[in-house]
Design a binder for this molecule. Sequence first.
Ligand code: SF4
Ligand code: SF4
Length: 311
Amino acid sequence: MVQSELIRGIFFDIQGFSVHDGPGCRTLIFFKGCSLSCAWCCNPEGLNAFPEPLYNASKCVFDELCMQACPNQAIGKNGQELVFNRNLCRDCTTYNCTKACCSGALRLGGYTLGVEELFTIIQRDRQYWGDEGGITLTGGEPFLQPDFAVQILKRCYDSFIHTAVETCGNVPWDNIERSLNYIDWIFYDLKQIDNRKHILMTSKGNNLILDNARRLAKVFKGRIIFRMPVIPGFNDDEANIHQLSDFLNSIKKDEINILPVHHLGKEKYNLVGKGYYTDDYRIPAIEDLQKIQSIFQSLGIRCYIGSETPF
Ligand code: SF4
Ligand code: SF4
């Protein structure tokens, strides 16, 4: 058995027909597990690096079949809702709760695939990609599964499939470096230069992220597009834009894509038993984004708003 058949990746979604995360039409592969916890994350079901129950309380009939079926006593009650101790789901192999539930209140979020299994799924979309399309690894954080990431990227690259990766950068450098020969484009998040604010809103500092960005700028031969989610009150101030521009200029990179925060992921927070923190943020108006764009551009950085990035 070759090594690639032994490695299994964990995912929470695969979506075809995307036109926002790389050139042409693309298939997006969502890796499960992330090293940050951004307050505005729109994919909370991608944060834990293991399959877990997604619970829709509005469909629950409270017959407790799931509680009886769970081998780890991971399910308890809190008034008219169930609560899950998801740490106990980390090593679950049965997912009996989702099998026992007949009302549709529980379904399993996350699944594993081997390299060839995923490649077969990817290949089904090939006819829709056109000349420029391909795959984009996203998440979650693809480089938290470096063994799988390098295998699937190499498999695609060797088959002349355009490859892109979207990363938060908060991973050991080696996790990124070993895949670089098989990546055409990288989308790299830069959220906030101030380390203290970065910790406050993402749970981690940005030293590793900035170090990896410096290294990437030196050695990566493909295209890097930096991305900044615009979160009013967190990173839309002029000081941050100036410091981000200084940083990009210092590593000789001049492209950034700014993306307005949105609330489309709000309902999913209930499914994974987390509170939603982002209600306080207003969605930035186009004028706000244009102001940020003009500051970046005045400092020598080509700045694209939303889907305006030329692919
Ligand atoms: S995933 Fe496993 S451990 Fe978690 S609640 Fe379901 S059966 Fe129990
Ligand atoms: S089995 Fe389904 S319907 Fe019954 S208590 Fe559990 S989640 Fe609710």
